[in-house]
Design a protein around this ligand. Sequence first.
Ligand SMILES: *Cc1c(COP(=O)(O)O)cnc(C)c1O
Length: 367
Amino acid sequence: MIPFLDLNAQYRQIKSEVDAAIAEVIANSAFIGGPAVKAFESEFAAYQHAKHCVGVANGTDAIEIVLEALDLPKGSEIIVPANSFIATSEAVTRSGHKVVFADVGDDYTLDVDDVTRRITPSTSAILAVHLYGRPCKLEALSRLAHANGIKVIEDCAQAHGAEIGGHRVGAITQAGSFSFYPGKNLGAYGDGGAIVTNDAELAHRCRMISNHGRLSKYDHEFEGRNSRLDGLQAAILRVKLRHLDRWIAKRNEIALFYSEALCGIGDLVVSAPQPGMRHAYHLFVVQTEQREALGAFLRSNDVQTGIHYPIALPQLKAYAYAGQQHEPMRAVRNARRVLSLPIGEHMSVADAQEVADQITRFYRLSS
Ligand SMILES: *Cc1c(COP(=O)(O)O)cnc(C)c1O
């Protein structure tokens, strides 16, 4: 059986380190704030090549808090990709802004021409998602944003460690949000999230918003909220961060194997990374018209797959009100065709070979 994700196998690799880190937090009763949170924030900032990191309760809150801290005009339009997890667009609405969906390119990230067409005088920001761990076209998006006097922020929930031209994602723009949901490339043992930025003032506002509008005990300067990364999660994340580059390298090794082994097989489409980028390969996604049949065939041969995501955001019931469900978008076609193959540090290249062999068999049998 080749599982899609195996967090238990990962835990077995690092059990003694994780157990010791958890025991230390409990021994010190450092559950909220404390040394592990502080240390993780500075280590994660360094890892993402950012000056500041603010730990928060989850990746959705991280986006909301950045949007609030940026103090964008109330009710302004924020452009988000039509292929993402709903958290991206939800955070926009929750922070009092209007979601405008833009299409994606053949790399699954925002299509710059479509974003250009959707900018209006009410647009205040572009929320770029490094979907599947693949860095988006930030240089072009930043140029476009600059020319229109709007902001770009990055949803890096799937892209810890991803790079463009040697720069890690997150602080390339105004700010980036991260999720440490257990199944992400860097996952906690519960919910967790973070914001990274090079802007000290913005980091300060995010920290205050996430902690009831205060920095020290009872001097609340404004009404904020409660969204903190807790000590146990920070201690676990510190341990895992030390292994993350090795794990991302493993993901890239498997992705490279898949890309070569699956090239020219049936109607499969594999999107190759651009030179100069480091793809974090949170997911390895292929496209085929036979998505359902291939997924079922692999399942019956003990290979787990996933679909990220089966419905494009504008077509979700939740966004019927936005009125973009009938727009012809590549994102809609993607949602019908994408299939995520198993990838991760729990796999060997031999496992990837087994997956590729099964896929080859599927096309041989179905032709
Ligand atoms: C996981 C995810 C989020 C939300 O993160 P949570 O920690 O689950 O709130 C946001 N955006 C994307 C693209 C994600 O994959």
